[in-house]
Design a protein around this ligand. Structure first.
Ligand code: SAH
Ligand code: SF4
Ligand code: F3S
Length: 448
């Protein structure tokens, strides 16, 4: 039924969703369907959705609604297109989406991705419109084949779900309770990736630091790092790290494991202890900065990034100032800044919130300019240094430049050597001398 059909996957949200999309792609390809990049050329247009903030919700609705009048692709075996919605909005809204969007055929959730082909089949054969969502524990989808976006980079989920219930966050409701994948499976998977020529593994979990609590009684993320490092992989990264669970053992690995990249994403969310308590983050700013001190002892140039929410209910000017001070003190390479977005069903959605939108926007803009200054200052530290860069593609800004990543997760632009093609370089690690530092990227030249 799927032979010679085409599918597209549009992915919103976090790396976990991107990984899930690679599994869906692998599944449909194993049935004979062919991946295309644009939903307009697809018989099956699949949307892997995110509901962490309101904007992501709106973007999905807009995109799906505008497809309504699109003609089916030329050569379509069905004479029409099928639209499927998966991911976190699928899980959250289920059936409701079939009423809200009348061109949607299939809705599936985060716990039952493997049912997508059956749901599509019954849409094709019987014209049925169905939502199938199961509530349940999170699970790994490692039984599904995967089609990775880049052959040299792999996501490796080590936990799925989340038990933390930060008061602003919808994720625990749409992804279920946290479970960990056994250590030996992770090690086997890492070795398999190395054999396939993968250069970089990114370990995934909403809170990788609590890895193993369900399996072994206490967190064992440091053991995961050791096992993955022993596979011989060139580069290891991980996301996301919750400050309350970051152990000395993990910090130490930044000194002892040369393939663990010197970059850490450690979401602070706020610089005010009062707001952190209201967010149920369960650490203080003193604890957070203590971690950073330890990290800089073991890896002085470690690149730090963070997430900050501006405008959490009840945030005062003083709370916000404390956030700005934190960002200045730490010196982040990158800060992902978000305006608080009320999510129905979360505890924070019930808190009174009387800060005017314009005040929140003004705070947000102020923070962004502090972030930009800080990022440029950090990038300048790389000037005149030589570093290995993993080439990932062509620069979005300039087609004669390749773009890659430094160990510190900085984007580095390098001229594409004359007479060579990108394919020769993609997925290889080259040595670059850094000659120019901008806010969001570096420019260098390749050293032979
Ligand atoms: N598990 C990760 C975060 C996943 S969500 C962690 O704990 O770090 C990614 C980021 O989105 C969060 O760190 C937070 O900064 C932001 N976020 C989550 N819910 C939000 C909301 N309701 N409004 C605004 N930002 C939010
Ligand atoms: Fe959301 Fe907090 Fe879990 Fe991260 S740790 S996914 S912010 S509840
Ligand atoms: Fe979004 Fe779901 Fe990830 S809500 S951030 S796609 S876990």
């Amino acid at each position: 039924m799927f032979e010679n059909t085409t599918f597209s996957i549009t992915t919103f949200g976090c790396q976990m969703n991107k990984h899930d999309s690679e599994r869906i792609a692998g599944l449909l390809e194993s049935l004979g369907s062919i991946a295309v990049s644009s939903p307009a050329e697809a018989d099956f247009s699949i949307f892997m959705t995110c509901c962490v903030r309101e904007k992501a919700d709106e973007r999905l609705m807009g995109q799906v609604a505008t497809m309504k009048n699109d003609a089916p692709r030329k050569g379509s075996p069905f004479g029409r297109r099928f639209v499927a919605i998966g991911g976190c909005i699928g899980q959250r809204d289920g059936e409701k989406l079939l009423t809200q969007l009348d061109n949607v055929d299939v809705v599936f959730g985060t716990h039952n991705m493997e049912t997508l082909p059956q749901l599509l089949e019954s849409a094709i054969e019987k014209g049925s419109r169905r939502a199938e969502i199961i509530d349940g524990r999170a699970e790994f989808h490692d039984e599904l084949p995967e089609d990775r976006e880049h052959p040299w980079a792999a996501w490796l989920p080590i936990t799925v779900g989340c038990n933390n219930f930060c008061t602003f966050c919808i994720v625990p409701y749409v992804r279920g309770r946290e479970i960990s994948r056994p250590l030996d499976e992770i090690a086997d998977q890492a070795r398999a990736y190395v054999q396939q020529g993968v250069k970089e593994i990114t370990l995934l979990g909403q809170n990788v630091n609590s890895y193993g609590r369900d399996l072994y009684g206490s967190p064992r993320f440091d053991a995961v790092l050791d096992a993955v490092a022993a596979s011989g992989i060139e580069r290891i990264r991980f996301a996301t790290s919750h400050p309350k669970d970051l152990t000395d053992g993990v910090i130490e690995r930044f000194a002892t494991l040369p393939n663990l990249m010197p970059a850490l994403h450690l979401p602070a969310q706020s610089g005010s202890n009062r707001i952190l308590a209201a967010m149920n983050r369960r650490y203080t700013i003193e604890h957070y900065e203590g971690l950073i001190e330890k990290l800089r002892v073991v890896r002085p140039y470690i690149a730090l990034s963070t997430d900050i929410i501006v405008g959490f209910p009840g945030e005062t000017e003083d709370d916000f100032e404390q956030t700005c001070e934190l960002v200045k003190r730490v010196g982040y390479n990158q800060v992902f800044t978000f305006i608080y977005s009320r999510r129905d069903g979360t505890p924070a959605a019930r808190l009174p919130d009387d800060t005017p939108r314009s005040v929140i926007q003004e705070r947000f803009d102020r923070l962004v300019s502090i972030v930009r200054e800080g990022a440029l200052a950090r990038n300048r530290l790389s000037l005149d240094r030589t570093m290995p860069v993993l080439i990932e593609g062509i620069s979005k800004r300039n087609a004669s430049m390749m773009a890659g990543k430094s160990p510190y997760n900085q984007t580095v632009h390098l001229p594409l050597p004359a007479g060579t093609s990108l394919q020769q370089w993609e997925g290889t690690i080259v040595t670059a001398h850094i000659e120019e530092a901008r806010t969001w990227y570096l420019r260098g030249s390749m050293q032979s």
